[in-house]
Each structure stands twice: as C-alpha cells, then as structure tokens.
Ligand binder design. Structure first.
Ligand code: KDG
Ligand code: MG
Length: 403
C-alpha cells in the first residue's frame, strides 16, 4: 500500500479547524487534526511546504519510521508548529492502519483498560453565584467532575469566563487579540471562596478542578494550593508558566493540592524533569499538539513510572478528529486520570460525523475501525478560514502578563 495524496482542509464552522487527509492507492484514507488555535496557518504551511510532499509514495504502515523521518529530518526539533504537524500525520496514519486491520485504534494499542472515560465539564460565571449555578447544571446532568472558573470583582472578563452578555468564553473570535486586565491579589482572594461555597453546595462526592492558566508566580501558586487544600480539588491546573520545570517542585513542596500541567507542551522533554522529580500528578499534553499517538504513548509510559496520570487537553480547539484519537488513547492508557470535555457546536459535529457517545459526564468510544471520525468536505467548504486571535493579558499598570 502506498500514500497517493496528502492534503490539508481548513474550515471555520464557528471556529477554525485544520484537518489532514491522507489517501492511499487501496482507497483507504486517514484523518489527523492539525489545529493550533490562533496559529492555524503556520501549521498548514509547515505541512504543505515541508512534510506532505515527502509522504507521497511511502508505505502508510511505517508509522514509527515516518514519525522519525519528520522529527529528525527537520534538523530543527520540537515546538508547537512542528509537533502539531507531525501529530496530524501520525494520527492519520494510525487511522489508516486500524482501518486496514478492521479494528478501532484502542485495540491496536493493546486493548481497552476501561469501558468508559470520565470527563470534566466547564462551569463558568461572571461571579461565584453564577459559576455555582452553572456547576449545578453539570451536577444535575450526572457529571462526576467539574471545572470551576469565575470572574473577579472589579476586573473585566478573564480566561474561562463568558464575555459580557455571552453564554460562553470560547472560541476566540477577535481578528486581532483582545486585551484583558489581570489582578493577582483579587484572584488569590476569590478562588478559595468559590471552592468553599462549591463544597458547601455540592458536598464531597463531586470532583472539583480549577485552571490557573499560567498566571501565578511559584510562591503565589503555593499559597493558592494551600488555601484550596480544605476543598480537596481533583487538580489545580497550570498554576505557573512551565518553561521553568523546577518551579513545580517548589509549588509541590508547599501543598498537597494535586498539580496538573501540560496543555501547551509539545514533547516529552517539556515535562520529563517535572515527571521524574515527582512534582506533578497529572500530565495534560494532547495528541494534537504533542506528536500524536506515537509520542503520547512515550509520555504516558514515562508518567506511569512516576505515578503521574493523564488528563488530556480537550478544549474545542481539539477538533472532533483529535478528540476521537484521544478517546482511543484514553480507553487504552493504563495510567488514565480524566479527560477534559467542552462540547463542539452542532455544526462542527455535522462537518465531522462520528458515533462516539457522551452521556452524563462519561465518553464511550465507538468501535468503528480507525478513530471513527470522517469529514464532510463539501459542508466544510461552506465555512472558510477566518483569522481569530487568543486574547492578551495586561496588569492594571499595562504590563503584559500571561493570559
Ligand atoms: O487554545 C487555548 C485553549 O485550548 C486553552 O486556553 C484551554 O486552558 C484551556 C483548557 O484547559 O481547556
Ligand atoms: Mg488549561
């Protein structure tokens, strides 16, 4: 079997999504997710100009060889653009291999370790009361895990909180970056109150999560972790920017609140030190941004040695193709922790037909051979690319800050 064509499909059914389609002379095709939110066209160019021409004529079954050909062959290693492009090829090739074998991808990986996948939903609100009301909807729907994000008094919109008058905060829709304002002191005072009230209202049986979104210094994160200890969080995510992996050891030394990190990582080298030093509890790398199934397996195996569990990134910038591949990974991976869930709009689901099921806070993976998601190219063509930027944060004095 040989690869006869490899092309990128960019569409914007409410948000930009980039899909790689690899076709073979046997008529089997595979799809991979190549979406890098806010930097989509950089990956398209990397694929079209550098990687795809070299795929034509190759054996699609040689996944490991093609992975290393793309990774080592660039000379310039790692980085989100490179690793998203490689991930798209990798997932498309796993899709082809599993279709040829007549199996769902999780069977190719070693079979199911679980029959359902626990996911957490996003509760959000402009203030604590609104956030708790939003969380109530998830409790009533049967979710066992909920992420809570709320606005700060006197501070405009912030990550994870809907913009004025809107019902949700995603996707980013500004042509050029919107600017948000950030106030660490108010945040550090507000978040423990949110979780105190959440525990009082929902009791101890629901898992509660929070995303700091990289906005604290290590000692501030240590304080927040300590202040949250009475409320037994499932995790505190991205508490500090992680370019300095040693910062996590410092946070860890001060608190028993479990730590999660990794959605912006793109290789095992970005998390090796913090995994090996026992500084984190959950690794959140995504297949879409960290080299596909082939590389995520390596990260998961390293994590397993150090009691670190997975918690794959699953915001709506992971397309239904990326999400489906992740669900197969989650079904197989022995050290699974949790899966993030943000529902895609109906129109996205129409462009990417799939039979994977989501009910009452749990995914159940469908057994269609491959990863089980296709693309309706004619419908996708009705939604052309639209530039959209993630926001930028500034402190109240104008200093640019982590968003
Ligand atoms: O593209 C950026 C989003 O994926 C990110 O902001 C979402 O932090 C996020 C999360 O935990 O889902
Ligand atoms: Mg996050």
């Amino acid at each position: 079997m040989r690869i006869t064509s490899a092309r990128v499909i960019v569409c914007c059914p409410g948000r930009n999504l980039v899909t790689l389609k690899i076709e073979t002379d046997d008529g089997v095709h595979g799809l991979g997710d190549a979406t890098l939110n806010g930097r989509e066209i950089a990956v398209v160019s990397y694929l079209e100009n550098h990687l795809l021409p070299a795929l034509i004529g190759r054996d699609p079954a040689a996944i490991e060889d093609i992975w290393h050909y793309a990774y080592l062959g660039a000379y310039w290693r790692r980085g989100p653009v490179t690793m998203t492009a490689i991930a798209a090829i990798d997932v498309a090739l796993w899709d082809i291999k599993a279709k040829v074998a007549g199996m769902p991808i999780y069977q190719m990986l070693g079979g199911a370790s679980r029959h359902r996948i626990m996911a957490y939903g996003h509760a959000e609100g402009e203030d604590i009361a609104a956030c708790l009301d939003s969380a109530q909807g998830f409790v009533d729907a049967g979710y066992d895990a909920i992420r809570l994000q709320c606005g700060l008094p006197g501070v405009g919109t912030t990550y994870g909180v809907p913009k004025d008058g809107q019902t949700r905060y995603e996707p980013a829709d500004a042509d050029l970056p919107a600017e948000h304002v950030w106030n660490t002191a108010r945040y550090l005072n507000q978040v423990p109150k949110l979780f105190e009230q959440a525990r009082r209202r929902f009791g101890d049986d629901v898992h509660l999560l929070h995303d700091v979104h990289h906005r604290l210094t290590p000692i501030e994160a240590a304080r927040l972790g300590r202040d949250l200890e009475p409320y037994h969080l499932f995790w505190m995510e991205d508490s500090v920017p992680a370019e300095n992996q040693a910062a996590f050891a410092m946070v860890r030394s001060h608190t028993t609140t479990p730590l999660a990190v990794g959605e912006v990582f793109n290789s095992i080298h970005d998390c090796r030190e913090m995994i090996q030093s026992g500084s984190i509890d959950y690794i959140r790398t995504s297949l879409t941004h960290a080299g596909g199934i082939t590389h995520m397996r390596r990260i998961a195996h390293l994590a397993e040695l150090h009691h670190v569990r997975t918690g794959c990134h699953g915001a709506t910038d992971i397309s239904p193709v990326g999400l489906a591949a992740t669900l197969h990974f989650d079904t197989w991976v022995p050290n699974f922790g949790i899966q993030e869930h943000m529902p895609h709009d109906d129109i996205v689901a129409a462009v990417f037909p799939s039979n994977h099921r989501f009910e009452a806070g749990y995914f159940r993976v469908d057994d269609t051979p491959g990863h089980g998601v296709d693309i309706d190219e004619r419908l996708a063509a009705d939604y052309p690319f639209k530039r959209a930027s993630l926001p930028v944060n500034r402190l109240e004095d104008g200093t640019v800050w982590d968003w």
